[in-house]
Design a protein around this ligand. Structure first.
Ligand code: XXG
Ligand code: FE2
Ligand code: CA
Length: 335
């Protein structure tokens, strides 16, 4: 009997391609201030990576008319997994497009592009150019000393639907925010950390943020100090702080187009086969900031639009639930 095609073996969240409206301003933010390494550059495209990234890029910035997400990308285990991704998403009735080396993002070989059931533009690829090792090039480490891309955070109106889609793709769930009726957020992984992708409830599909890993908590403080010294403090949106979920140390920044990036460090190992989901109550005021600092409204409400395979902005659906409207304290916790 022919069942549903098997899911591609996803290794990790590996890069995102963002559309930016002024490449020079973006270069200032991502390269001069945050310190990402320029791997390739044309008048239209910048391919950037952190110091621990051994492939061509983990962020691509492409000049375009509207600030948006062009696609998020997952690296898969082998070339056959690109075929599997094509069969898998075609069987779900989703649009699929095969992109040959040279026709898509610089450095990336044969790839599969789809718009997933949640409405997000997603690429699956195995083949990518390797890059020079910069791990111990301390002379080049600057700004936020970004090591690698850690995760995507996406805004979806239906958290259980996102949870089901990624569970079917073979992702584990490290943490959730819940109450007795609703799931408000979830963190899901393939690599052995807290997450490769997380879901924020709201009007979607939209990209909430890219999580970029740095090695030490002082680097999170240092990038905030640098932005202050440059009188660029308006780029700091939330934090620095310690997350409840993930236990990571964090700060959220906004780039010149409003794309959000989180500088993130010190989460934990999730690779054991019986790793259990840790469930936070939505009434626990430590869940999003362990010290109980309030989450700014823009963090819940603002996000980046996403494009379909033809470059059109995907319309959003509103969410029926709103975590930011949940009043903490009703059960005596937090408030
Ligand atoms: O990476 C993350 C986040 O998704 O950006 C947010 C880890 C934790 C949190 S939360 O605000 O829930 O603490
Ligand atoms: Fe995050
Ligand atoms: Ca601010």
């Amino acid at each position: 009997m022919k069942g549903r095609p098997s899911a591609p073996d996803v290794v990790r969240s590996s890069y995102a391609e963002l559309i930016v409206t002024d490449l020079a301003k973006s270069r200032w933010f991502w390269v001069d201030v945050l310190g990402l390494h320029v791997q390739a550059e044309t008048s239209d495209v910048l391919c950037l990576r952190g110091t621990d990234e051994l492939t061509h890029h983990n962020l691509v910035l492409r000049r375009g008319p509207v600030a948006a997400l062009d696609h998020i990308a997952y690296r898969v285990r082998g070339a056959a997994d690109v075929d599997r991704a094509e069969e898998y998403f075609a069987a779900l009735g989703r649009p699929v497009r095969r992109v040959a080396k040279g026709d898509g993002t610089p450095g990336v070989g044969d790839a599969l592009h789809t718009v997933d059931p949640l409405g997000f533009p997603v690429e699956f690829y195995y083949d990518i150019e390797q890059a020079e090792r910069l791990i111990q090039r301390y002379d080049l480490h600057r700004g936020a000393a970004i090591a690698r891309l850690d995760h995507f955070n996406i805004v979806v109106p239906d958290i259980p639907a996102a949870y089901s889609h990624y569970t079917a793709l073979g992702f584990g769930c490290s943490e959730t925010i819940e109450d007795e009726h609703e799931m408000y957020a979830a963190w899901m992984y393939r690599k052995q950390t807290v997450h490769d992708v997380a879901f924020t409830g709201g009007a979607g599909p939209r990209l909430h943020h890219l999580g970029m890993a740095t090695h030490e908590s002082h680097q999170v403080l240092h990038i905030a100090d640098i932005l202050g010294a440059l009188h660029a403090e308006s780029h700091i949106e939330r934090g620095p702080g310690r997350h409840g979920v993930s236990n990571a140390f964090y700060v959220y920044l906004r780039d010149p187009d409003g794309h959000r990036v989180e500088i993130y460090t010190s989460d934990y190992y999730t690779g054991d086969p019986d790793h259990e989901t840790y469930r936070w109550s939505v009434h626990d005021d430590r869940r999003r900031d362990y010290w109980g600092n309030a989450v700014i409204e823009s963090w819940y409400k603002e996000a980046t639009p996403v494009l379909d395979l033809d470059g059109n902005v995907v319309p959003v659906s509103e969410s029926a639930i709103d975590e930011s409207a949940v009043r903490v304290g009703a059960d005596g916790l937090g408030g």
